[in-house]
Design a protein around this ligand. Structure first.
Ligand code: XMP
Length: 509
């Protein structure tokens, strides 16, 4: 299953999308920077060259070493990849005269080509380039055109080399996934065996081999990634996995107890550490958001280090790192950014000197959930909204006191419980409440009050990078607002945040 498909990244914003589409076909793939090819290139079953913001005509154009790939393995060039294969193999690429951006439709598709099986003239494709291929490379055969782009797709006769100037990975290319399937399954003969079940089986075996009888320490956060990583490791090494779940005093109401209970129910060897007082003490009087984040990060490391020391002979640190984090850390401009931590090992906390084991480092978020489901994990845990590491600290604007935390926990609890009761929780990507540093006037009975205002926020998003506020039903907002004002002492006003990101971030701090 390993080394199925290699995607060489030339820095396109869409490279990750190519990988996701390939994985949706149940095919394993890996992204590597174009200038840092894996050692075992020849063992891959197919290679895809991504797009790029560069022009093949510029001096800084990325030049991959394709000597072990072109003509030897099935190869698909996308956008820049297609232009590269043309420009440096006897063809010609020049600036385009017409706008080649956005939706277009194929106006010509060559008949009888396995590459275009099931795709007809008229199919919508997504273009995004300012150069265009004027002359096909040596032995190039045109396979498709649009009205503005003569050489929208071509193949190189005598090789399993295909190239397209549009983006099959983008949702707007309606037959994009079919095209990838035609290339990968029918032309390259890649097996569609990348399933959660196979992943679990393979990973558990790998982990057994990698870790052996060593002890692993892992910090649980209550989130999906660390939980799935723990269950996988537990399946592989059982009691040798030592999990630590820290209460920083800034979690949701009942979170520490209930999640700890769930973890124990899953058979994990987990220790709950209530360090609330230590965190809240360190945060006393601090109102700057970045300062809050730094303090929480530092105290977490101290607490975790203390706990990790109590586990004698631990050799490994387990982490729930997922593929988007890995891809971001391997820059197209060279791998140097990823290895700098070795230079200051002496200054790192002891647990960071442990060897790192990351069972999810090749998975996208939705794959983590699918793997969790195939491991029989609770769907409620797998469907949890993201929650920031610094927790309620960055939802309490201004300084933090235990009283403010308690107030916000109550408000948040009412909001989230109502979302669940109204069947809205799963329609929302993330939700929470902010405690504002303002008091406002209200009347309760015959009394004038001067109390806190809270803001509710619920957003739709796919990755947190952009977000839209959710159009929650008025009746839901009305009931929730009433309940908060009636039940939470110290709050007399509730507002709903109707700002999108950008520019308004999801968290207020
Ligand atoms: P923003 O507020 O930047 O949030 O729109 C995007 C996503 O990131 C989460 N977030 C954090 N997560 N530590 C975290 O672990 C942080 O300091 C942090 N700040 C924001 C936020 O909850 C949202 O999911």
């Amino acid at each position: 299953m390993q080394n199925n498909v290699l995607i060489l990244d030339f820095g396109s914003q869409y490279t990750q999308l190519i990988a996701r589409r390939v994985r949706e076909l149940n095919i394993y793939c890996e992204i590597h920077p174009y200038n840092s090819l894996p050692d075992n290139v020849s063992t891959f079953k197919a290679v895809i060259l991504s797009g790029s913001p560069s022009s093949v005509r510029s001096e800084e154009a990325p030049h991959p070493d394709l000597s072990e790939i072109k003509g030897k393995l099935p190869l698909l060039g996308v956008c820049y990849g297609a232009q590269y294969l043309a420009h440096f193999n006897g063809g010609a690429v020049a600036p385009s005269n017409t706008r080649e951006y956005g939706r277009a439709n194929l106006s010509y598709v060559k008949e009888g080509e396995a590459f275009f099986e099931g795709i007809e003239s008229g199919s919508q494709v997504w273009m995004s380039h300012s150069d265009t291929i004027k002359v096909l490379p040596e032995n190039g055969v045109k396979l498709a055109s649009t009205e503005d782009v003569e050489n929208a797709a071509y193949k190189i006769e005598g090789e399993e080399t295909y190239a397209i100037q549009f983006h099959p990975e983008v949702y707007h290319s309606t037959d994009g996934k079919l095209l990838l399937e035609n290339f990968l399954v029918h032309i390259a003969g890649v097996k569609q065996d990348w399933t959660p079940y196979n992943f679990v089986e393979m990973t558990v075996n790998d982990l057994k081999e990698q870790v052996g009888n060593d002890k692993v320490v892992l910090g649980l956060s209550g989130g999906v990634d660390s939980s799935v990583a723990a269950v996988l490791l537990n399946k592989a090494i059982g009691e040798n996995l030592h999990c630590i779940f820290v209460n920083n005093g800034l979690l949701r109401k009942y979170e520490f107890e209930s999640v700890l209970h769930q973890y124990e129910g899953m058979g994990l060897n987990v220790k709950g550490v209530d360090a609330s007082a230590r965190f809240l003490d360190a945060l006393k009087g601090v109102d700057d958001p970045e300062q809050k984040r730094k303090i929480i990060g530092r105290v977490f490391i101290e607490v975790f280090d203390d706990e990790a020391h109590k586990i004698t002979d631990a050799k490994w640190l387990g982490q729930g790192t997922i593929y988007p984090d890995v891809i971001e850390s391997i820059s197209v401009n060279g791998p140097s950014a990823t290895i700098k931590s070795h230079h200051n090992v002496g200054g790192l906390p002891d647990f960071m000197k442990l060897k790192v084991v990351e069972p999810l480092r090749m998975l996208f978020k939705d794959e983590v959930r699918r793997v969790g489901a195939s491991l029989g994990m609770n769907p409620e845990l797998l469907g949890r909204h993201p929650f920031p590491g610094p927790g309620l600290a960055i939802r309490i604007l201004g300084d933090i006191t235990p009283e403010k935390v308690a107030v916000l926990q109550e408000v948040d609890h009412i909001f989230i419980t109502n979302l669940k009761n109204w069947g809205l929780y799963d329609k929302v990507w993330q939700a929470g409440a902010m405690l504002l540093p303002v008091n406002s006037v209200g009347v309760m009975g015959d009394e004038r009050t001067y109390e806190k205002c809270v803001a509710l926020r619920a957003v739709e998003s796919t990755d947190g990078m952009t977000a839209d506020w959710v159009n929650l039903p008025y009746e839901f907002l009305q009931k929730t607002s009433n309940e908060i004002i009636n039940k939470v002492k110290g709050v007399n006003r509730v507002v709903y945040d109707i700002s999108s990101k950008p520019p308004a971030t999801i968290e207020w701090e």
